[in-house]
Design a protein around this ligand. Structure first.
Ligand SMILES: C[S@@+](CC[C@H](N)C(=O)[O-])C[C@H]1O[C@@H](n2cnc3c(N)ncnc32)[C@H](O)[C@@H]1O
Length: 234
């Protein structure tokens, strides 16, 4: 893909919360530990996709590296990419502390990562695709499909809206109040930034895009705001 076009989306520009700021990276890791059981989440994904020793896996938007580190314990090679150099440095350090040596970290994103190697068995992306506007989400999904082996697996988790649109005001206020109660004021503010500046969209938009980019998939809605798509390249 040629990236020297003036109209091409610049995914290196931070959208919403600035993950180039190391204090936001540290805060993100702490908040997630409060809010999610990141280890169990990773183990569940590994089990769902049947990740095995023989597999190579790409994680897009690896963040602080929790999933990549668990995945690396179960497979041959993990490629972990993120547009934020601060996130990558933090994740690399965490991998080293855990004695993990089979993760290759690259500063790259959905739109500019070039995979040099055999087609991948599995691709995982959690809570990152919403950083792209819809047109570019579709381009990203097409690229993901092309990077996979036939029969390969794509696991997509993201903030996706699956409530009826007429209920949006009430649903969003409740979501932000829950964040404030469970995780704290800073995270509630980040949820507001998410709504105002990032590009989460409706479940039916994502589902049509997955379908058009060549995947068949099962859907799991964790709640009205988080959806997981377990996709296969046919
Ligand atoms: C909300 S965090 C999620 C991190 C991790 N996957 C998790 O589940 O905790 C979103 C991550 O996506 C990264 N990101 C944003 N835009 C991206 C892009 N275009 N390509 C790849 N990663 C991106 C951010 O830098 C950040 O690390």
């Amino acid at each position: 893909m040629k990236l020297n076009k003036e109209w091409f989306y610049d995914e290196t520009v931070q959208v919403g919360t600035n993950y180039q700021d190391i204090s936001n990276v540290r805060a993100y890791d702490l908040q997630m530990a409060k809010f999610r059981d990141v280890k169990k989440e990773a183990t569940d994904i590994i089990e769902t996709i049947s990740l095995g020793r023989e597999h190579s896996l790409l994680e897009i938007g690896t963040g602080t590296g929790n999933f990549a580190i668990e995945a690396a314990k179960h497979c041959n090679e993990v490629y972990a990419i993120d547009v934020s150099s601060a996130m990558l440095a933090y994740a690399k350090q965490k991998a080293q502390k855990n004695g993990i040596s089979n993760i290759s970290f690259f500063q790259a994103g959905f739109l500019n990562y070039e995979h040099n190697g055999s087609p991948l068995d599995m691709i995982v992306s959690n809570l990152a695709l919403h950083h792209l506007p819809d047109f570019w989400k579709m381009i990203a999904l097409e690229r993901i499909n092309k990077m996979l082996k036939p029969g390969g697996t794509f696991y997509l988790g993201d903030v996706v809206f699956s409530f009826p649109v007429e209920e949006y005001d009430n649903k969003i206020n409740t979501w932000i109040d829950t964040m404030r109660e469970k995780v704290g004021i800073k995270f509630a503010q980040e949820a507001q930034i998410h709504l105002k500046e990032e590009y989460s969209t409706f479940d039916w938009v994502i589902e049509e895009m997955l379908h058009r980019s060549g995947f068949t998939f099962d859907i799991h809605h964790k709640d009205d705001f988080i959806a997981v798509y377990y996709c296969r390249k046919d």
